[in-house]
Design a protein around this ligand. Sequence first.
Ligand SMILES: [Zn+2]
Ligand SMILES: [Zn+2]
Ligand SMILES: [Zn+2]
Ligand SMILES: [Zn+2]
Ligand SMILES: [Zn+2]
Ligand SMILES: [Zn+2]
Ligand SMILES: [Zn+2]
Length: 1781
Amino acid sequence: MASELESEVQAIDRSLLECSAEEIAGVRAGAREGYVRPSQAAPRGRNGVLEIPKWLQATDLTREVYQHLAHCVPKIYCRGPNPFPQKEDTLAQHILLGPMEWYICGEDPALGFPKLEQANKPSHLCGRVFKVGEPTYSCRDCAVDPTCVLCMECFLGSIHRDHRYRMTTSGGGGFCDCGDTEAWKEGPYCQKHGLNSSEVVEEEDPLVHLSEDVIARTYNIFAIMFRYAVDILTWEKESELPADLEMEEKSDTYYCMLFNDEVHTYEQVIYTLQKAVNCTQKEAIGFATTVDRDGRRSVRYGDFQYCDQAKSVIVRNTSRQTKPLKVQVMHSSVAAHQNFGLKALSWLGSVIGYSDGLRRILCQVGLQEGPDGENSSLVDRLMLNDSKLWKGARSVYHQLFMSSLLMDLKYKKLFAVRFAKNYERLQSDYVTDDHDREFSVADLSVQIFTVPSLARMLITEENLMTVIIKAFMDHLKQRDAQGRFQFERYTALQAFKFRRVQSLILDLKYVLISKPTEWSDGLRQKFLEGFDAFLELLKCMQGMDPITRQVGQHIEMEPEWEAAFTLQMKLTHVISMVQDWCALDEKVLIEAYKKCLAVLMQCHGGFTDGEQPITLSICGHSVETIRYCVSQEKVSIHLPISRLLAGLHVLLSKSEVAYKFPELLPLSELSPPMLIEHPLRCLVLCAQVHAGMWRRNGFSLVNQIYYYHNVKCRREMFDKDIVMLQTGVSMMDPNHFLMIMLSRFELYQIFSTPDYGKRFSSEVTHKDMVQQNNTLIEEMLYLIIMLVGERFSPGVGQVSATDEIKREIIHQLSIKPMAHSELVKSLPEDENKETGMESVIETVAHFKKPGLTGRGMYELKPECAKEFNLYFYHFSRAEQSKAEEAQRKLKRQNREDTALPPPALPPFCPLFASLVNLLQSDVMLYIMGTILQWAVEHHGSAWSESMLQRVLHLIGMALQEEKHHLENAVEGHVETFTFTQKISKPGDAPNNSPSILAMLETLQNAPSLEVHKDMIRWLLKMFNAIKKIRESSSTSPVAETEGTIMEESSRDKDKAERKRKAEIARLRREKIMAQMSEMQRHFIDENKELFQQTVELDASVSATLDDRPLVSDTALTALGPAQTQVPEQRQFVTCILCQEEQEVTVESRAMVLAAFVQRSTVLSKDRTKFIQDPEKYDPLFMHPDLSCGTHTGSCGHVMHAHCWQRYFDSVQAKEQRRQQRLRLHTSYDVENGEFLCPLCECLSNTVIPLLLPPRSAFSRRLNFSDQPDLTQWIRTISQQIKALQVLRKEDNAPDTPSTENIEDMSDIQVPEGFRPDFHPKNPYSDSIKEMLTTFGTATYKVGLKVHPNEEDPRVPIMCWGSCAYTIQSIERILSDEEKPLFGPLPCRLDDCLRSLTRFAAAHWTVASLPVVQGHFCKLFASLVPNDSYEDLPCILDIDMFHLLVGLVLAFPALQCQDFSGSSVGTGDLHIFHLVTMAHIVQILLTSCTENGMDQENPTGEEELAVLSLHKTLHQCTGSALEEAPSGWHLWRNVRAGITPFLKCSALFFHYLNGVPAPPDLQVSGTSHFEHLCNYLSLPTNLIRLFQENSEIMNSLIESWCQNSEVKSYLKGERGAISYPRGSNKLIDLPEDYSSLINQASNFSCPKSGGDKSRAPTLCLVCGSLLCSQSYCCQAELEGEDVGACTAHTYSCGSGAGIFLRVRECQVLFLAGKTKGCFYSPPYLDDYGETDQGLRRGNPLHLCQERFRKIQKLWQQHSITEEIGHAQEANQTLVGIDWQHL
Ligand SMILES: [Zn+2]
Ligand SMILES: [Zn+2]
Ligand SMILES: [Zn+2]
Ligand SMILES: [Zn+2]
Ligand SMILES: [Zn+2]
Ligand SMILES: [Zn+2]
Ligand SMILES: [Zn+2]
């Protein structure tokens, strides 16, 4: 073993390796025979005597081990400035830990541990500790609380995978609860951890599986090592060690150790380090990253002074912030021992993994009390020192706790007790510490408190509930004079501290989360004790933050309110849970009720506040109350005690305790006026705020009122205030209540004074005042509606919990259809984050699935509309009016009347039953009457329609109530609800007002109240219905409503007529509206096409294709001498900028299309290739892997070239001005020539000129009869090339006199009619020429990423290349989608391809003729050998389509000097045939030969021909090409392989020559091979080309096959692309999103040694996982630091990229360094919604359609464009530093 290690240990004292682990352990001392210890070896050990410790025989084992450690540890760890973790670990294992393992096992641990493992009965607990970002699963059906989670493996093997589960990513820490029977209501075990049926779940001492010896030895070693680790980790001296570890001679080597804190930012630390220790930025980043991860890192190594100096610089530099960075100068041996201490702890953790027995021993050791008594166990010591330890140390020992104490059922309990005993101290340490919660031992509370049995045990035995609450109160020391909490200004620091304190509330929640099923007396007693403490806490909140109305001046400073509300919000669930606990036990409930009431009375001690008693009286009723005005005195929104009492009161009713044990309840002590007083004040405050009376109190009050009603708080605020009022009213005379209410609303005057209203309006009082009072009256009526109508809490009304939730949902969906997440947000969640929605949603709503965009929606079932209550108490004002509008619209659509009457309500519970009398009380009737009177008399502004509407609603409610009573009346029972009777009576003297009924009838005809007519009619109908019931049962007489029925009928007729007319008018209106919206939609649809590049839009067929009836369809030929002649067509276009129309001609001013040129790897077959050195790169030959292409796209919008120039100049100028002013980015980069299309804002970076077919501009009409055949033509061209080459050579040698030239020319026989000195005239106008150069240069610049240079010889090549590449990419898309080749293309694509092809064909006219000729010669030479070129690629390494395009487009440069009579068309045809044949040979050489496909003798002509061609190839390659299996097979390969090429060629020649496509190619369907061949002037049997030209072809084939590259390919020495090339897709994504999360959580940053990546990001193009948005993986690109994604786009996507940010579930598009946007991910939950940020945690599944859409954007090169549109739409996207992602 020693020898193996030797290479590792240069820096280490070799003597360390001299004895083996077993010797040290003393297991086999000296057993190795013949082993002679070198006696001359340097003495080791303390006394200078050779000393071999033999632990097994040692009397003082501790001393021996410590000596060994003292000697060895500093020699292994911390030997220099940088740590070598691998080396240190190997050595530590061998020298330090090995002996211990030997000692434990008593034999070789390689044998011993497996034995232990075998004897071990595996635990049923999984206990896997989660890594950061690892997916965790919780079952919403079976988890006891949401903190119960499973790891992915357990989850997949559990029953919960088919349940309603929730998925989240772990923040690190915490472990899998699989196997914990207390965590799951069902299915606690997964398959792996399940019980065998034979096993009995019973606790068994795990030590029985171990031998006595092993137990004893393990105990010894664990005790020593655990203590050692604790001692050294909690050691505080910096340059001294504990005595028994101290060495004799100490070197002067120190570390400057930097610690992590949460105050300083990364940037500050990096900056400071660069200054302090003189390191590079890279090193500083490295240090900072480690400090952040591990909590500390040495930043300097050397003598004391050297390190101390660095320390003072760091401290000085960072002390400007709140506190300086923590730095220690530490002796290297201290650091060494601390490092080993950590190692020892993780070692303990791994050793106990072998056996539950070992684990138990460790627990025993850890919890054993030390010599100092209380809190002296090792576990205690670690916990109590937690906040002093650095991050790395903390997580190591936390993990050890989790894998030991928390995994052992017996010790878990003991540990829980220790934890609870230390609770207060741990919490206050945590609060003052600044590390995140997950790095604090306090965070273990979730592991302990959420175990129901432990929680209950801790409550009963350790009084945990009280402890937590007391600890919490201790942290909130600031109180006002009344002892209530008082919060300081909410500064950042305050907020930080306060957040930490809140974790105690979370603990309280954990303790309460699982409710007891059984109560012991002890639990009752301690719970009630805790309840007392809780009341104490709430008492400090009762009345906190009181406010007084500001009059005159606006408040100067917004008062602090957030802290109080945060507290309330955090406590909301706890308050609810406390009530739930109380509900479970009658005794507890009764006691709690008493206690709560007592505390409330205390709070109200000074109830009257010295206010004057007054007497109110209306309608002969009078009541005593106090004078109190909300608008003048202090009032508070915080009333938790009275709200808790309200909650308990409902529970009394719900559990029927109130009826069972009335004698035990202090009901007689209840004073209803006292109960209602404060909640009423609070509600009046809300009303007054709404009425605008508190405007001067600023926004803080508005916010408070908002939260008071908000779904997060209302359950324990607003809702309970309503309940409290209901409680009070049900116990008092409703008339009294109404008078008190009038008084608190400050409306008593108005209603108690006769004719007040009249006087009020006649006096020209403040208009504001009138408005204010109107609003207050409306609010008061609303409150009455709520008090009587809100009976959907179980206990208030006779309903179940599902009724309540159903009603909430119905009202939410009455506003509008909603997505699942929206609905969840609007419903209150319980402590388990459940809304209960799933259980009822199906009964009230339909689900509508989402389309390609948008979300799935729930729509209210129509039959539920009748349960709609306009005055639902959880509506905000905006929601209420939206819902009203929506419901009325719905009714109109259904041709119903538009009344929205109150729904029928469930009955009250008996305790609240008397509430209904509010409706028929005298004061109520009086109020109703008064308001109706105002409406009848139509007092100016002193009443409002809303007021009337509410009164009508109240009347409706009363009628509903009466009807219900009558229908459910028990025989003989006296009916007490007689509303109909009361409203039929006219008012008493002296008022003598008409009856309410009479007034209703009057109002029915009031023309101004059209809106309310339907409602009034409904009321009257209802009234008559009740009357009928009464008459039929004739229990009590009802006053006659004379004449109503008579009137009714005549009125009805009248009505019917009016209604019919209205109906006709409505229909007409609707029709017009429908027409208009149809037109609008049409317009949008049409224009949408401008923005979405979709090939599938069939509607917009390119116009030019259609109107060409001129040519006969039958024999369309795209090229060659036989090319179908297309009559010239005149083309007119309109400039989008000046709107002028112009014809496209050769001489006219140039018209241009906005275009976007980009590099592309979409078609690439080799993503490792990219252009290394653009200056030297030669693009002439495109490799068949298409690794780097240049794509051109266009939105198809046409402009004058000069209009565009002017536009672009102005954009540029504007941009320069703007940048100077604002320094903002735009979505486009003007300096790079980018601009937005002025019409559609599509990102563009150049323009393409519009041209007529360029060939016709040159074609000299010739006699086609005598054209050369292929062989002749090749010979002629070869001669011409030769002539040119000679000429060129002489040009390059200027010495030779020009006369000789001509002689030489004659020497080499210039072919007949060839005039190399002829220079054709350029036919284009200057403006077109200029644009040809512009676009050519742009393509060159972008494609090669070089500076523009129009003279560069590569410019024409880039133009041809972009044309070829763009055609190929479109052909791929069409084939992938099985679209016809010449089917309807969107105009923009059609225009783009046409312009691009014609441009590329015309570009040679502005390039240098010799250059283009040179390119032609070289391209030609790749097929027809020519001695002058040596470095040509072999035919396997050429993309034939690129070659074809290059040859065809360069050819005119040669042909223009040829006057022999050979035409361009002839040349095109021959070039095309030649390249086609080369491609066939290429395909035959590379197609893989499948054997076993033998067919009988080939029959078809094609098959025979291809077989013979193959034979030729076989011969030419010297039999290297395998024999062909079958002709049929070969022919199939050739056809399949060549089809893409033929299709591209067809597109190319179609756009080049303008010959319309044959109709067969315009429709999709089966292969159109024959049509394609005909169109391209090819024989259907392609092999015939070879046969017809065998003379020349045989020699060419021979030359192709002789190439050495071809040979080496055939020998299998290199690869080659085979055909057809498959199309590139984005990577396959898994169906279940969690497997992606899992994959990402296993991914570690490639640069920082096994560290987890914070933002793992998946490249959807190649599947690489990247460590994004992090310093560690930044790379340098063009002199700038960029994030991993941006760096990756440059290699993988030549600048553009598509990523999936796995933690966020978000798609990221990037382009270049400055452009990016987020895109909605292709994963949806079952409700059809995405979950960006993974906040909801619903299971997510791949949506294929959406993924295909993303893929299409990519294939269509639209990523950059999409980013542009997103950035234009959302300016904030522009500001993001995309390059750092
Ligand atoms: Zn697990
Ligand atoms: Zn499991
Ligand atoms: Zn389940
Ligand atoms: Zn123009
Ligand atoms: Zn446009
Ligand atoms: Zn990284
Ligand atoms: Zn990639």
